[in-house]
Ligand binder design. Structure first.
Ligand SMILES: [Mn+2]
Length: 421
């Protein structure tokens, strides 16, 4: 992944203005309660550019007219840190992971002076003082201030002439197109997820609560080498499946229900995102099977359409129209528009370092994009909810279903459940 990070920085440099400095912070875990903190999650853009998932680091990119310079600032070890938390990553290790030369990796206490140098035409290592400052100005919600702006205020008080720019939109563009190494990471995340789902199938008929199957999944993927769930697992039996983000998973399992799983393992910060719907008792009922077959048919047809040049808008329409047509055929609805009562989300999203990965949804599909295709039908009044989701890599002239090894044929699923008892 070191070569991947080097290449990512190179591509980002190409998008930055001449005479600019970009700062990326690896961040810290948020406070949880009293003296506890949440587990640290690598800041994804920082990780993307450095291949390092450690807190309290700063990446500084300087772009001059002709030259570029990359610095990384890391925490210095103290006796207390070593004894209580374990040693911080050494400069040597940071250099090895990121491909940034060791002489350009410094301790955090020299950050300010290096930044001041970058602002000074006589001392700037790239010969051009920075006029623009790029920060990660991602808005988690309309009224929530981007983390990066807190830093902006600090820098602007010393350098009010700086223009603040958003580096997030450039990195989001780059992250749409996965490198071969990134695709390998996603494939491994999917392989962990497959093991998890097979373990679920094995225990399906002996468990009593949804959360027990979530525990089976977590156990299997962790044993397989995953860091854990890429997002909160949805294990929703019966009408719970109609709640798109149902994560309580505390309902007893009913043998007459289907159970919808939407889950994924992480692998080195890359996510898988898979949905499968299984019969709790080992066999789909007649009505359940009819609905399942429709969703499976739409899943396959939509995957076939996910090729270079296709847009999200067209793909959404295709899947929605087909679901409506099928729903009319079985008498579930009379008019096309009524399908929104039974299918109320979009067909998919980009997948990568984030489960709902960054990217631009108006860019037609191109080689290297990885996306999910996840049609569903939710008939709450019948206690039925089906979603079948696969992870798709767009190739030069088509696509590859990265999750095709995760069984979705209903007869085979029934056999797998039976075979395990
Ligand atoms: Mn998804």
């Amino acid at each position: 992944m070191q070569a991947h990070a080097e290449n990512a920085r190179k591509r980002l440099f190409e998008r930055l203005e001449e005479g600019s400095v970009a700062l990326l912070f690896s961040g810290q875990a948020p406070h949880k309660t009293l003296d506890q903190y949440y587990a640290y999650t690598p800041q994804r853009n920082f990780f993307y550019l450095t291949n390092i998932g450690e807190p309290n680091m700063i990446l500084m990119l300087l772009k001059g007219n002709e030259t570029e310079k990359t610095y990384l600032f890391v925490e210095e070890n103290t006796e207390k840190i070593i004894q209580w938390e374990g040693a911080r990553m050494s400069k040597e290790e940071a250099s090895k992971r990121s491909g940034i030369p060791e002489e350009d990796i410094h301790y955090l206490d020299s950050f300010e002076s290096r930044f001041n140098m970058a602002m000074n035409y006589a001392r700037s290592p790239v010969g051009t003082p920075a006029r623009a400052l790029y920060l990660d100005l991602y808005h988690p919600a309309p009224k929530v201030k981007p983390q990066g702006l807190k830093h902006a205020e600090e820098f602007l008080s010393n350098y009010p002439e700086l223009t603040i720019k958003n580096v997030n939109e450039h990195i989001s563009y780059l992250r749409m197109f996965k490198s071969v190494r990134e695709i390998d990471q996603i494939k491994t995340a999917i392989a962990h997820t497959k093991k998890g789902l097979e373990t679920i199938l094995k225990h399906l008929r002996t468990r009593e609560y949804e959360y027990q199957l979530q525990a089976d999944f977590l156990h299997a993927i962790t044993l397989s080498g995953s860091e854990g769930e890429a997002f909160d697992t949805i294990a929703a039996n019966g009408e719970n499946a109609a709640v798109l983000h149902y994560i309580k998973n505390n309902t007893p399992l009913d043998k007459n229900n289907m159970i919808l799983f939407d889950l994924g393992a992480l692998h080195q910060n890359y996510a898988a995102d898979i949905s499968r719907t299984y019969p709790v008792g080992g066999q789909y009922g007649k009505r359940q099977r009819d609905i399942y077959d429709i969703v499976l048919k739409v899943n396959k047809a939509t995957i076939e359409k996910a090729v270079p040049g296709m847009t999200w808008k067209e793909l959404n329409k295709f899947a929605r129209d087909m679901l409506a047509q099928e729903a009319k055929r079985i008498g579930l609805i009379q008019e096309d528009a009524e399908i929104l009562k039974y299918y109320y989300h979009s067909i998919g999203h980009f997948l990568g370092l984030d489960v709902h990965d960054v990217g631009y949804y108006d860019v037609p599909f191109k080689e290297g994009m990885v996306l999910t295709i996840e049609p569903g039908l939710y008939i709450k009044e019948e206690g039925i909810g089906v979603r079948i989701e696969d992870d798709i890599l767009i190739t030069k002239d088509g696509n590859i279903n990265l999750s095709e090894d995760i069984e979705k044929e209903p007869d085979a699923i029934e056999r797998m459940i039976k075979g395990s008892s």
